[in-house]
Design a protein around this ligand. Structure first.
Ligand SMILES: C[S@@+](CC[C@H](N)C(=O)[O-])C[C@H]1O[C@@H](n2cnc3c(N)ncnc32)[C@H](O)[C@@H]1O
Length: 213
């Protein structure tokens, strides 16, 4: 993220908006009571807190590519002890991020009751790889809560002037949802808002999908 976007993401209005997004996601997907949760691109860790407090998660593994965000999130979440773990790494390779030694302490296949994406997948050039990682790490019956920025928003003058995003192969709401389905998730509900510039929804890895990953 460039400086402007970092400032926006760390600002009070973003906290307000993220609370609102969490409310909509909760309405669509319900709580993850006592669940083990993964959060992609946690930024400064405000969403991690919402996952614990509002969704009722037992513990959250959070990661971010930007070491400065990891430092901020660790300091925000320090009072929670081992209920929140923050590591540096990419959403496209969760094993490398959480468990380089293969000890099964995070990022393992079928290890999470839920995965949260608060506005990060549109930053990933190989976004389909990130979706594949979400599907791999979800338990059967586990849920993917997503809140994303579409190609229409990224193409606006404001986004292009102010922020720095990949420009190739971005997605509409329909394309994002179609990719989730293509990779084996069942979409429980989704919607776009603000003229199709943003989308949010919840998908589920089917029980007994027979995939060993
Ligand atoms: C728009 S910010 C959203 C931050 C936070 N989730 C929120 O909703 O406020 C996107 C975040 O994703 C992180 N990010 C970008 N590419 C990533 C990747 N490949 N893997 C993990 N995090 C990534 C950025 O460093 C940034 O913190």
């Amino acid at each position: 993220m460039n400086r402007v976007e970092t400032a926006v993401v760390n600002s009070p209005p973003r906290r307000w908006l993220q609370r609102y997004e969490a409310r909509l996601l909760h309405r669509l997907g319900g709580p993850v009571t006592a669940g083990r949760v993964l959060e992609l691109g946690c930024g400064r860790g405000f969403g991690t807190r919402l996952i614990l407090d509002r969704f009722g998660a037992r513990e959250v593994d959070a990661l971010d590519l930007d070491p400065r965000m990891v430092t901020r999130a660790r300091s925000r979440l320090a009072p929670l002890g081992n209920r929140a773990r923050v590591v540096r790494g990419s959403a496209t390779d969760l094993r490398a991020a959480f468990d380089p030694g293969g000890s099964g302490r995070g990022g393992e296949s079928g290890g999470y009751d839920a995965v949260f994406d608060f506005a990060i997948v549109h930053h990933v050039p190989e976004w389909r790889h990130a979706v594949a990682e979400v599907v791999r790490v979800l338990k059967p019956g586990g849920r993917f809560y997503f809140d994303e920025v579409t190609a229409a928003a990224l193409a606006t003058r404001g986004y292009r002037w102010l922020f720095d995003h990949p420009t190739e192969d971005r997605f509409t709401g329909e394309e994002f949802v179609a990719e989730l389905q293509r990779q084996g998730l069942q979409v429980r509900g989704w919607r776009t808002y603000l003229r199709g510039h943003y989308l949010l929804g919840v998908a589920e890895r089917p029980r007994g999908d027979g995939k060993s990953r």
